[in-house]
Design a protein around this ligand. Structure first.
Ligand code: AMP
Length: 274
């Protein structure tokens, strides 16, 4: 019996399968992940399934997007559970390339969007978005989907990949799914599993800060600074962590908006030691 979904390691096999579907006129949605799946990933997969008859997910912990002191080695992994959840989610194919083949040590080429690289998450994690853009380029070449599904939780990643796709003319449409949260408001994330109970309790302040910022904005804030101060006041209570940033930015450029209109993003990050 063939196990569903089928896990494919080779980009060539992946492309061949997807091309068969497309030759039959079936649209293909693609959800890239780093595995250790949670309800946020599953919600994206569900959206992808409703949107197109074929869905491909990828599971690849991308070494390029981790900095030297970051948690690549300890990033949570559970292949058996991912396998089960992807089966239940009705995914057609899973692309799970092997790092040593997909990303040979001598790979010199990189893809980057420098304009978005030096701010917020890019500044806090140098090289992170170049690592993301490079690997998503390779994934898109292997899968050749019609639609790329991304989560709003990683809003700057969405901005980087949209610009990459727009500026370099990738023939793929980007769709964004809303953030799925725990009941207390913390966005689901594979890394949440590593927070200590005390850190997890404080992590709910991130959502409270976003709400405070949104309330300030809706109440007619005079400028970004007053919105940012409202968020910082809440985050000051996260005594176990270090605030990386609490900003109000333009959704496309991630710059400070000149006027408080158009698509805006409230972005907060707190680094906990665990
Ligand atoms: P990751 O495995 O963390 O790289 O995430 C894979 C995709 O799932 C990315 O597009 C994320 O933005 C998205 N994602 C992660 N967490 C959530 C969440 N809580 N809600 C919605 N999408 C999410």
């Amino acid at each position: 019996m063939v196990e569903r979904p089928l896990w494919v390691r080779s980009p060539a096999r992946m492309r061949a399968r997807v091309r068969q579907w497309r030759a039959r006129g079936q649209r293909v949605g693609f959800v890239p992940t780093m595995g250790y799946l949670h309800a946020g990933h599953l919600a994206l997969l569900l959206r992808a399934r409703k949107d197109a008859p074929r869905v491909v997910a990828s599971v690849f912990v991308n070494p390029l997007q981790f900095g030297p002191g970051e948690d690549f080695a300890t990033y949570p992994r559970d292949r058996a559970r991912d396998r089960r959840l992807l089966g239940e989610a009705g995914v057609d194919l899973v692309f799970a390339p092997e790092a040593r083949h997909f990303l040979p040590e001598d790979q010199a080429a990189r893809v980057s969007v420098p304009e978005l690289d030096g701010i917020l998450e890019g500044r806090a994690r140098p090289g992170h978005f170049t690592g993301v853009a490079t690997i998503v380029t390779k994934l898109l070449h292997a899968v050749e989907p019609d639609v790329l599904w991304l989560g709003q939780k990683d809003a700057q990643q969405v901005a980087v990949l949209r610009r990459m796709i727009e500026d370099l003319g990738f023939p793929v449409e980007v769709r964004v799914g809303p953030t799925v949260r725990d009941p207390d408001g913390l966005a689901l994330s594979s890394r949440n599993a590593r927070l200590s109970p005390a850190e997890r309790a404080q992590a709910r302040l991130l959502h409270l800060a976003l709400r405070a910022g949104r309330a300030r904005l809706r109440a007619g804030a005079p400028g970004p600074a007053s919105v940012e101060r409202a968020m910082q006041r809440v985050l000051a209570e996260a005594t176990l962590g270090r605030v990386d940033y609490a900003r109000l930015v333009d959704a496309r450029t991630f710059d400070t908006p000149r006027r408080l209109e158009g698509p805006l993003v409230l972005a907060v990050a707190v680094r906990f030691p665990s």
